[in-house]
Design a protein around this ligand. Structure first.
Ligand code: XCC
Ligand code: SF4
Length: 654
């Protein structure tokens, strides 16, 4: 480990994180911050996206500074070509992760049965989704419908002709923008494969074309794979509804068997939640001297089970190691994505069993128990049994659990949001069951706009700081906030998901929260659930007869780190929503790619990226952009007074 001590208060604003970082140091355990410090200077060429190793004539690193050093790779690729190809491959990596997750959930839907481990929990949603996929439902058993829908979706991943099935929440103006820009995607898998082809040595060597292909691919994620992931999960596991949760390390219990669920896909964690209630396992826990079994979540698997079952959130990305450092975790069970390989060795310093479960995410030195959906419940029980039996190995002298935890509300699916909005429907002019009240608040200016704050932690940024700064600034300016992923968990820990957070709000937002009985920051789920945000923005735009790019709506990923975030940012911008990145993507070595992303995209799709590492400045710019975009909705202010055609307001697919 590095000799120089890091000041824990600079690593994260989260007090539990600071406390456990110090414990890790005292225990002689290494964390992400220690490894970052040990790296010293990170590679400047990589940072700016100008190192190419796509073929073995290279690696070729070209100078980002015009007139200085080597300007071209051996094949002649310029910084613009190299950076744009790298960007495209990040989009492909991110899209493939989300879409493969969606495909997996579709397979689970395909195996659902009335007396099996996986059942249908939201029939209404299934029937709505069936209509979109052109699946006949009349006179059919609901499980037959489920299997047909799953098959239709699975076929969409690789269908040979035509474009992928686009959800009905998209505006027709947006579809036209996609057609005009030639970014309406073909099949989901095909686009990822095509972009890998286009970035191969000797193919696309034009930044504009490369970013265009990236947008096309990213749309297969947001409106395709992720959308399927969310909707099918809701069908199988239930559509989330508002409930209270607790968040931060204080949710780990001293006298219980603690099991941390980490990763992304809900198919295993859902079974773990059910199995943890099994009388046999509860008795086993008492038998080893524990008071019971305590499930807690990290990252997006944590979000999935929190949204649907109120499972407590132990923390976000930065805290995955720290959960183990408490010394009180019997097992950390992981599926896919965002899992540090470092956890395997760290777990060995404590008594924790680090259990990998996916063929796609085996980690050396972990205990691998492959999850078998065909035998899901028994498999989940077996994994929990391992955790319970491990309780007696706990080294009590190594246990120290921070007391920090906050409470908040979670579970805001679009159905849940409509449920809350129904409380404020003006029965003279609207019918219930629509987003109309929200649209009206935006038009009147009671809400100035909406911001989606999403994404990861990244040790380049003080943990959670940017998320919280930006969210608070939005609230103070009457901008309602929706959150997903690790940003949502940062908000939960900071108490921003609590209804008490109205104290941070301007009067307009305060009033809306009181009337609709919501917190000002709505937790909409995991990273694939950014599809819920697309759906929401699309539906509100449709009510107002505007395109999504004409709404006073912005997105931000203040602390992002993963390829998935690049895919998300790209599909959000392609969907017409400006996106503020708090970590600069590795493209700045290319003047052209930087110009396309932060400038020219606006001409193509009506939205663009902003790179801004200072959260205070980012928040100012977000607010300015919202005010700028208010022009269109304000022009509607008068027209909207006489709404009579209710049917036009009904959202699609609800
Ligand atoms: Fe968190 Fe989704 Fe980012 Fe991973 S990627 S760090 S938000 S867990 Ni989605
Ligand atoms: Fe170098 Fe071109 Fe090969 Fe990239 S593709 S490594 S720039 S020769």
């Amino acid at each position: 480990m590095d000799e120089k001590l890091l000041d824990e208060t600079t690593l994260s604003v989260d007090l539990a994180t600071q406390e456990l970082y110090v414990k890790a140091r005292n225990d002689g355990s290494e964390t992400l911050w220690d490894r970052k410090a040990a790296l010293k200077n990170q590679c400047g060429f990589g940072e700016q996206g100008v190192c190419c190793r796509i073929c073995t004539m290279g690696p070729c690193r070209v100078s980002p500074i015009p007139g200085k050093g080597v300007q071209k790779g051996i094949c002649g690729a310029t910084a613009d070509v190299i950076a744009s190809r790298h960007y495209a491959r990040m989009v492909a990596g991110g899209s493939s992760a989300h879409s493969d997750h969606g495909r997996h959930i579709a397979h689970v839907l395909h195996m659902a049965s009335r007396d099996g481990d996986y059942q249908i929990r939201d029939e209404k949603k299934l029937l709505n989704v069936a209509a979109r996929w052109g699946v006949a439902t009349e006179g059919k058993d609901i499980y037959q419908v489920a299997h047909d829908v799953a098959e239709a979706a699975l076929n969409d991943f690789g269908k040979p002709f035509g474009s992928m099935v686009i959800p009905p929440s998209i505006t027709k103006q947006r579809l036209k923008v996609w057609e005009d820009n030639d970014i309406l995607p073909d099949a989901i898998d095909k686009e990822v494969v095509s972009i890998m082809h286009a970035t191969h040595m000797g193919c696309t060597a034009d930044a504009e074309s490369m970013i265009n292909l990236s947008m096309r691919t990213s749309l297969t994620d947001g409106w395709g794979g992720s959308y399927i992931g969310t909707e099918f999960s809701d069908i199988i596991f239930g559509t989330p509804m508002p409930r209270e949760i607790e968040a931060n390390m204080g949710v780990i219990e001293k006298n219980m068997v603690n099991i941390v669920l980490h990763g992304h896909e809900p198919s295993l964690s859902e079974m773990i939640v059910v199995a943890a209630d099994d009388p046999e396992l509860k008795a086993l826990a008492r038998g080893v001297g524990a008071e019971g079994i305590n499930l807690v979540g990290i990252c997006c698997t944590g979000n999935e089970v929190a949204m649907r079952h109120g499972i407590k959130i132990a923390g976000n990305f930065n805290q995955q190691e720290l959960a183990i450092v408490t010394g009180a975790v019997e097992a950390m069970i992981v599926d896919v994505q965002c899992i540090f390989p470092a956890l395997a060795n760290l777990a060995q310093c404590y008594h924790t069993k680090f259990i990998t479960t996916s063929k796609l995410a085996k980690i050396k030195d972990a205990v691998h128990i492959e999850f078998d959906e065909n035998n899901a419940y028994e498999c989940a029980k077996g994994i929990i049994r391992k955790a319970v039996e491990n309780y007696t190995n706990r080294k009590h002298e190594k246990v120290s659990i921070p007391t920090h935890k906050s409470t908040g509300m979670i579970g805001y699916s679009n159905q849940a949001i409509i449920g809350q909005l129904d409380r404020v429907v003006n029965s003279y002019t609207h019918k219930p069951g629509t987003f109309e009240p929200l649209a009206q608040c935006l038009v009147s200016g009671v809400l100035r706009g909406a911001a989606g704050v999403v994404g990861c932690n990244n040790p380049k940024v003080k943990g959670d700081h940017s998320h919280i700064e930006i969210i608070k600034k939005m609230l103070a300016n009457d901008v309602i906030v929706v959150v997903t992923g690790c940003a949502a968990q940062a908000a939960a820990k900071a108490g921003l998901l609590s209804k008490d957070a109205v104290k941070y709000c301007g009067v307009g937002l305060q009033k809306v929260c009181e009337l609709a009985d919501i917190p000002p920051v709505l937790h909409m789920g995991s990273c694939v659930d950014n599809s819920r945000i697309l759906e929401l923005v699309g539906e509100v735009a449709k009510i107002l007869g505007l395109d999504m790019s004409e709404l006073p709506v912005v997105g931000a990923a203040p602390e992002w780190m993963s390829e998935k975030a690049v895919a998300i940012g790209t599909y959000v911008v392609s969907s017409g929503i400006d996106t503020f990145l708090g970590v600069v993507p590795p493209v700045t070595g290319s003047p052209e790619v930087t110009d396309i992303l932060t400038n020219r995209l606006e001409d193509w799709v009506g939205a663009k990226f902003y790179f801004e590492t200072d959260p205070a400045v980012a928040a100012e710019k977000m607010l300015a952009r919202i005010e700028e975009k208010r022009a269109k909705v304000e022009a509607l202010n008068v027209q909207r007074m006489n709404v009579t055609d209710y049917d036009d307001l009904a959202p699609a697919g609800f």
